[in-house]
Design a protein around this ligand. Structure first.
Ligand SMILES: CC(C)=CCC/C(C)=C/CC/C(C)=C/CC/C(C)=C/COP(=O)(O)OP(=O)(O)O
Length: 417
């Protein structure tokens, strides 16, 4: 039995059985490349994740507290999802600042990881994360190759954890997943943050979070997103959808900033960079939702604000009928406009990232944003046509992204919320 195999067969096998489909089986058989997790992947089966403002907010910054307060169904005023999420943004920014200070004072605030092995095993763990990433997200993987080796490995480890979390409710064993299994996944997350990884992929993340100022909150929130998806297939309004998008994709933005790093010459407040990262996650997820309306409807799921559908004179039945009507075009134009607003907000922040991280982020932003143009080019038929960016367009985006990545952080102050 190889050392890596021993790692998998850990004493924690009860938890492992509960999350059996996530258990990593080290294989030396290269023909089994697709079976990175124990079962073959079933991409995009079931629910939609991530792959995380109402219209009056479009084009303006969200500054007033009053606009952060929304009425709940009983008519009482409640804190809006945006406010709740912004509090997380502030917390992340404060943590990263604190970590930077403690580093200056040479105080290590993170626990040492107890690794059941040596550095060789850790490298193997990271390599495995890289393989998973290359297999599941080719373009994203290529982007990570543009980063420094340390950052690239950390991003792979985070990606793999997100993928495994997503697989819990979206993978082949999704129908057996219970809230209890998600609770167990969460306690495993806590363990790895405390330096007690359960398997080799967890060990890579455990090492990452000991090296970078990454906080557990966005990870926990992503698990909350999975909980939400287990119990919900409709979103009453944009506030609800926003929270969902934060959970499944905005969190990824928040996890990524401490790894990508903020340019030393940036004068932007840390929270404004986090806010831009959050916006990119939200923009990506909204785009993903708009691209996949037909696909999701075929699974009985509608990730669109019900109140806005009603305002446009539309209902679930119109979506299931899958007919492009003028009402639908009008509705879609507004949704696309909103997604673009989030992309605009994200763009302000990319320039503030460390120089080596800017190119891949610009590339992914430009490519994902173009999906919206393709939906328009398809005359808003996102029921039976999948909007995609052609290879030539992708190739053109790369030098454009590169040119943008050369622009240094401006001294202009970014809006933080
Ligand atoms: C802007 C700043 C300051 C930092 C960047 C911070 C980052 C990296 C934000 C991006 C967050 C992100 C990648 C969110 C995931 C969004 C998403 C919808 C991914 C789609 O995943 P899949 O479902 O696998 O995609 P496809 O279906 O398109 O293959």
């Amino acid at each position: 039995m190889s050392a890596a195999m021993m790692w998998v067969v850990s004493p924690n096998s009860e938890v492992c059985n509960q999350l059996g489909f996530l258990e990593t089986t080290r294989t030396t058989d290269s023909s089994n490349k697709k079976g990175l997790f124990r079962n073959e992947r079933l991409k995009n089966v079931g629910r939609k994740h991530r792959c995380y403002s109402v219209f009056n907010k479009v084009g303006s910054r969200r500054t007033s507290v009053a606009r952060r307060v929304v009425a709940n169904p009983s008519g009482n005023l409640a804190i809006s999802s945006e406010q709740l999420v912004y509090d997380v943004v502030l917390k992340q920014a404060a943590l990263v600042k604190k970590q930077m200070r403690s580093r200056e004072e040479d105080v290590d605030v993170k626990p040492e990881i107890v690794l059941p092995g040596n550095l060789g095993l850790l490298n193997e763990a990271y390599d495995r994360c890289g393989e998973v990433c290359a297999e599941y997200a080719k373009t994203f993987y290529l982007g990570t190759l543009l980063m420094t080796p340390e950052r690239r490995k950390a991003i792979w480890a985070i990606y793999v954890w997100c993928r495994r979390t997503d697989e819990l409710v979206d993978g082949p064993n999704a129908s057996h997943i219970t809230p209890k299994a998600l609770d167990r996944w969460e306690s495993r997350l806590e363990d790895l943050f405390n330096g007690r990884p359960f398997d080799m992929l967890d060990a890579a993340l455990s090492d990452t979070v000991s090296k970078f100022p990454v906080d557990i909150q966005p990870f926990k929130d992503m698990i909350d997103g999975m909980r939400m998806d287990l119990r919900k297939s409709r979103y009453e309004n944009f506030d609800e959808l926003y929270l969902y998008c934060y959970y499944v994709a905005g969190t990824v933005g928040l996890m990524s900033v401490p790894i990508m790093g903020i340019a030393p010459e940036s004068n932007a407040p840390t929270e404004s960079v986090y806010n831009a990262a959050l916006a990119l996650g939200i923009a990506n997820q909204l785009t993903n939702i708009l691209r996949d309306v037909g696909e999701d409807a075929r699974r009985g799921r509608v990730y669109l604000p019900q109140d806005e559908l009603a305002q446009a004179g539309l209902s679930d039945e119109d979506i299931f009928a899958m007919k492009v009507t003028d009402k639908w075009r009008f509705f879609m134009k507004k949704q696309i406009h909103r997604a673009r607003t989030f992309f605009d907000q994200a763009e302000e922040g990319v320039t503030q990232l460390s120089s080596a991280s800017r190119w891949p982020v610009w590339a992914s932003l430009l490519l994902y944003r173009q999906i919206l143009d393709e939906i328009e080019a398809n005359d808003y038929n996102n029921f039976t046509k999948r909007a995609y960016v052609s290879k030539p367009k992708k190739i053109v985006a790369l030098p454009v992204a590169y040119a943008k990545s050369l622009v240094p952080p401006s001294s202009r102050k970014l809006a933080s919320n």
